[in-house]
Write a protein that binds this ligand. Structure first.
Ligand code: PMP
Length: 462
């Protein structure tokens, strides 16, 4: 392990403050305090910082390091590919072996006839690609007015202009003054409404209500995360995704599943939609496709969609990133998927779900503020309430979730809070290689941290 002396650490902190504009961070806090931690190494579920302190990375960094840190095989795969063919474009019908192999591999994993792949550098680009593809599709089919896209409230789809516009978390939209047109938002998980229950008071806010109000001839697609991640790990009730699939079929609307978090084993199945046996028309992926070792995203479309497009148009598809199908990213993805399959990580995540639930039960019994825990595979969350029996949440001024995240960090556990709309959600999605013992260790740290925060909020443990 490389060690850093005080002066080196101070220097790094000062340079970070001076030159690095951090994504999704408080600029004021950064200018006042500099970076919270500077990490140097990773191994398994652990990250090590410049002080040599080890942290449990209970969010798999950004829900993406599925196979865990420090897997040398991925570096070797990248190095071999770079030595052989560092870059080659796929524009103008050119190709290379590694992107062909990855496309074939992905086709063997994705459900239904989602067998055709477009490549990007991440989740936002994948979603923007999906939005452009569905509009292109309807235009080519002679229905250019079919262009509106319905997303869900509390959905997160990324930060490019289209993805921000589809996102249903206000803070991301408020950051800018104008958004892309023709994006609408429906209330999430209104299963009855989606099956057609007009007596439900939320009907007009549901996807079905919005489609009927706007006119299905104006709607190109509906986009849903199988489980909402950044919105606070919100698992839909059984039947919801099936209802959305049915609704889309009924009205001739394309269904896009944003699998950026859920994909590649996170929820105990290879893809989130597999939990409900739903096959969307388009599936967007990123994160777990390379476990974060190198940027890559993908958009799966059905063979039917591709064939339809190829039939109606012999135009060039004017959409492509310089790094679409980057050879090194594809080589790393292939090795990463090989590991996920060889180590049965989706099945392992499904098994570890029970351990996580057991841990949440322990926290709920021990701490009066903990409630509403849930997990699917290794995607989980719990909430903090001032009075869980009466259903009274902590006021936002108490910053309960933020305090717990800070306390966890000081106890060397990295987790995330989701705090909009008066909720105090703690989200976690550890690397899929996490063991039962490591989950138990994580839960004990949580317990200590919750106790400290409850005390500071003048709450007593049960
Ligand atoms: N979709 C979902 C569901 C996500 O969680 C994210 C990232 N957290 C994105 C899209 C955007 O991906 P990226 O940050 O790679 O652009």
């Amino acid at each position: 392990m490389v060690t850093y002396n005080k002066e080196q650490i101070k220097n790094l902190q000062e340079l970070d403050k001076k030159h690095y504009l951090h994504p999704t961070s408080s600029l004021k806090q950064h200018q006042e305090n500099g970076p919270k931690r500077i990490f140097t190494e990773g191994k398994g579920i652990y990250l090590t910082d410049v002080n040599g302190d080890q942290y449990i990375d209970a969010l798999a960094s950004l829900w993406n390091v599925n196979i865990g840190h420090g897997r040398k095989e991925l570096g070797e795969a990248a190095s071999q590919q770079m030595g052989k063919l560092a870059y080659s474009s796929s524009f103008n019908n050119l190709s290379h072996e590694t992107v062909i192999q990855l496309s074939e591999k992905l086709a063997s994993l994705t459900p239904g006839d989602l067998n055709v792949f477009f490549f990007t550098s991440g989740g936002s680009e994948s979603n923007d690609t999906a939005f452009k593809l569905v509009r292109h599709y309807w235009k080519m089919k002679g229905q250019p007015e079919k262009k509106k896209i319905i997303g869900l409230e509390r959905a997160y789809h990324g930060i490019t202009m289209g993805a921000t516009s589809a996102t249903g978390i206000q803070q991301f939209q408020n950051m800018t003054t104008s958004l892309a047109p023709d994006f609408l938002h429906a209330a999430a998980h209104k299963t009855n409404c989606e099956w057609g229950d007009k007596n439900d008071s939320d009907y007009s806010r549901s996807i079905r209500g919005i489609i009927e109000n706007e006119g299905p001839e104006t709607i190109a697609a509906v986009i849903v995360e199988p489980i909402q991640g950044a919105g606070g790990v919100i698992i839909p009730p059984d039947g919801y995704l099936e209802a959305v699939r049915d609704l889309c079929d009924q009205y001739g609307i394309l269904m896009i599943a944003d699998e950026v978090i859920c994909g590649f084993g996170r929820t105990g199945r290879m893809f989130g939609v597999d939990n409900w046996n739903v096959v969307p028309d388009i599936m967007c992926m990123a994160k777990g496709i390379t476990s974060g070792y190198i940027p890559l995203g993908a958009v799966a479309i059905t063979e039917r969609l591709r064939d339809n497009l190829a039939e109606v148009s012999d135009d060039v598809l004017f959409h492509g990133f310089t790094y679409s199908g980057h050879p090194t990213s594809c080589a790393v993805a292939l090795k990463n998927i090989e590991i996920i399959e060889k180590e049965n990580l989706a099945a392992h995540a499904s098994k570890m779900e029970m351990e996580l639930i057991k841990g949440f039960k322990y926290l709920t019994e021990k701490h009066s503020s903990v409630t509403k825990s849930r997990a699917k595979g290794l995607l989980g969350a719990f909430e903090l309430f001032e009075d869980r029996e009466q259903g009274i949440p902590f006021g936002p001024e108490k910053m309960a979730a933020q305090k717990l995240v800070e306390e966890c960090l000081s106890q060397k556990l990295i987790v995330r809070s989701v705090t909009f709309g008066g909720t105090n959600i703690i989200a976690l999605s550890p690397p899929l290689i996490i063991t039962k013992e490591e989950i138990e260790k994580m839960i004990m740290i949580f317990s200590d941290a919750i106790q400290t925060v409850e005390k500071s909020l003048r709450l007593q443990s049960v």
